[in-house]
Design a protein around this ligand. Structure first.
Ligand SMILES: Cc1ncc(COP(=O)(O)O)c(C=O)c1O
Length: 483
């Protein structure tokens, strides 16, 4: 008989799991010495993936599988612990959270019902309650974990829709729903428009409110939009604030937005996928003042809380608002079992991972103070990078850093304005293709911009200075090639 396949409580099964984990860790160690990105290029990666047989008829020894996977897969990954892997909100993970993933997978609690996840159910409930309290929501607040910010925003806006018309969850959209509008800044994440589409409102139900020069929602523009809607029969059902936009890291003036939402009876959702972590720090918490006024909040734990993907929370000001999600099933969240909590009642998922475990383990093993220090370091790093860009020759700061993002352009002397967009595209592509650096590329007010996003607490000021120097050098080289 070969090694056990499942954890059956026997010492042999635990030994087998330990050996398998040790083999995985050995491959991780063997592939950890690499740059931030593979230089192989997409065609070679596709070819090498095509050569893999994921489902052989007969078993292959785990050691051989892992050796092959190490070489062909893990060694060809983006390396999020590299300080020059700085494009996205895609952080390294706390070791304690990564280790706890083994327990999540091996015990496989499913968060839909109490009878599949008895203690896990109450642990997740406790965790979301603690996060809500940290943000300053009232005692009746609640929440649920989701797979990511996109899913949390969808759930938040679903609650907004059901708030606008009680019964929309059962009867569908009322006749007047074509006039419903969701007001979000022009810098809001694309998942807000996606959510509007999924909810049957249509993407264009999202009205993009103008931003100030720093990328924050312009309150005067919001007032004008509301007045215009009033004149044209539009109904604002939700105001969406963003605490930490994806491209500029801007935090909308949340208190003013909360006031406007309250005045027109709209739901106030805050996408704090990024900014939720600021409440860990007494120093940074004022940056998200007003967050505690939200009806619902997206808080991504797989961003600045350093959790493995997926880990996000949708927090709500009043637990009762989640009621519109509940759909009783005879086999699962039975109406007669009202003495237990079934988290499927709060969720758009049925089967769902016990991600609360890795979060709980790693937050306890790290502590709020240390987490706060890491967030502060990254915000300071972004400020320092912004200053370096401002001073640096051949670089132009596009928006002042407010959280952990720096948006800028390469602008070497003597390059025609019309060529600058292409130059910046080339710089980002060349750094990526060579595997030397993963730098973000986006558009700001229609123009190509580069972006550094600091989520890696291991990144130092010297790393940032060296990366900016490499970007400038690449721009000079690109100009040389073009000339
Ligand atoms: C502000 C904001 N909201 C939502 C999201 C979506 O989060 P996720 O990728 O976890 O779905 C992102 C992603 O970067 C984001 O920046």
């Amino acid at each position: 008989m070969s090694a056990p396949f499942f954890l059956d409580g026997s010492p042999a099964a635990h030994d087998a799991l330990r050996d398998a984990v040790a083999e995985v860790l050995a491959v991780l160690a063997a592939t950890d010495e690499r740059g931030p990105f593979p230089s192989a290029g997409p065609a070679r990666l596709r070819e090498s993936a095509a050569a893999i047989e994921p489902l052989p008829d007969d078993a292959e020894p785990l050691g051989e599988v892992l050796a092959d996977v190490g070489r062909t897969v893990l060694a060809q990954g983006a390396r999020v612990t590299d300080p020059w892997c700085a494009a996205h909100l895609h952080p390294p993970t706390l070791l304690t959270a990564a280790a706890a993933e083994v327990a999540i997978a091996a015990t496989n609690q499913s968060m839909d019902s109490y009878d599949q996840a008895p203690m896990a159910t109450y642990v997740e409930d406790r965790l979301v309650g603690r996060l809500a309290a940290l943000i300053g929501l009232p005692a009746v607040a609640s929440g649920v974990l989701t797979s990511g910010g996109t899913a949390s925003n969808l759930l938040g806006l679903l609650l907004a829709r059901d708030h606008a018309a009680g019964g929309a969850n059962v009867n569908g959209l009322p006749a007047g729903a074509a006039r419903w509008r969701i007001l979000a800044s022009a810098g809001a994440h694309v998942s807000i428009r996606q959510a509007a589409a999924v909810l049957g409102l249509g993407r264009d139900a999202v009205v993009a409110v103008g931003t100030d020069d720093d990328g924050r929602m312009d309150v005067a523009a919001l007032d004008r939009t509301l007045a215009q809607l009033g004149q044209t029969g539009g109904v604002p059902i939700a105001v969406v604030g963003t605490a930490g936009t994806t491209d500029t890291g801007a935090v909308d003036p949340l208190t003013a937005l909360a006031d406007r939402a309250a005045a027109c009876g709209a739901w106030f959702h805050v996408d704090a996928a990024v900014g939720s972590a600021l409440v860990l720090s007494d120093r940074l918490r004022p940056l998200v003042a007003g967050l505690e006024r939200a009806d619902s909040i997206t808080a991504d734990l797989h961003k600045l809380w350093w959790q493995p993907i997926g880990a996000s929370a949708l927090l709500v000001r009043a637990a009762a608002s989640l009621g519109s999600v509940r759909e009783p099933a005879d086999y699962l969240n039975r109406t007669e079992d009202d003495d237990v909590l079934n988290l499927v009642d709060r969720s758009l998922d049925t089967s769902r991972r016990f991600d609360a475990l890795k979060i709980l383990v790693s937050l306890r093993a790290t502590g709020r103070r240390r987490l706060a220090g890491l967030v502060e370091h990254l915000v300071d790093l972004a400020a320092m990078a912004g200053e370096a860009v401002r001073r640096g020759p051949g670089l132009e700061l596009v928006a002042p850093p407010q959280t952990v993002t720096v948006l800028f352009r390469c602008r070497p002397d003597g390059v025609d304005e019309a060529l600058l967009d292409q130059l910046n595209v080339d710089v980002q592509r060349r750094l990526l293709a060579s595997g030397r650096a993963v730098v973000g590329r986006t558009r700001h007010r229609g123009r190509v911009a580069l972006k550094l996003t600091f989520t890696n607490p291991l990144t130092s000021h010297d790393d940032v200075a060296a990366l900016l120097a490499a970007i400038s050098a690449e721009a000079s080289a690109a100009v040389g090639v073009a000339a």
